[in-house]
Design a protein around this ligand. Sequence first.
Ligand code: THU
Length: 161
Amino acid sequence: MKEKKIEITYKSVAMDELPDEDRELIERAKGMTFRSYAPYSRFHVGAAVRMDDGSIVGGSNQENAAYPSGICAERNAAWQASALYPGMRMKKIAIAARNVGQGGADAAFQGSPISPCGACRQALLEYEHLYGDIEVILYGADSIYIFPSISSLLPFSFTEF
Ligand code: THU
């Protein structure tokens, strides 16, 4: 029997340590939280994808009265990115969230970063495998984390594609 270990390396950074283009991506993700449709959870999530050609594609969570029909901000952004730029690498994705249920329509951003759900990780992983690593920037008002790839957030994922 052999015990094995998986380690994840990620960065904890301050806003002023980031290059302008990453700050811009975060601002787009933050802005997208104001375009969320989340009347049921009142948890407004925004995501912004930086494409290989420098373009940015935003997405927000969209809920539905038939609850499972809703979609997370990350998959919304990634699917829009793939539809608008088929075959193009998504270099980075930034994510931000505001809990409108607690703070009202202009609620502050979450202090701690929120992390993409398992389904979003798997969906993003497929684009990563096809086109190259997608850096993940998790924005929180108190801390910002940067992961080098989706796969670093999803060990032992399904990769038979
Ligand atoms: N949600 C996202 O959009 N992204 C995440 O990473 C986690 C959760 C959405 C789904 C749902 O609309 C709401 O947040 C509450 O779970």
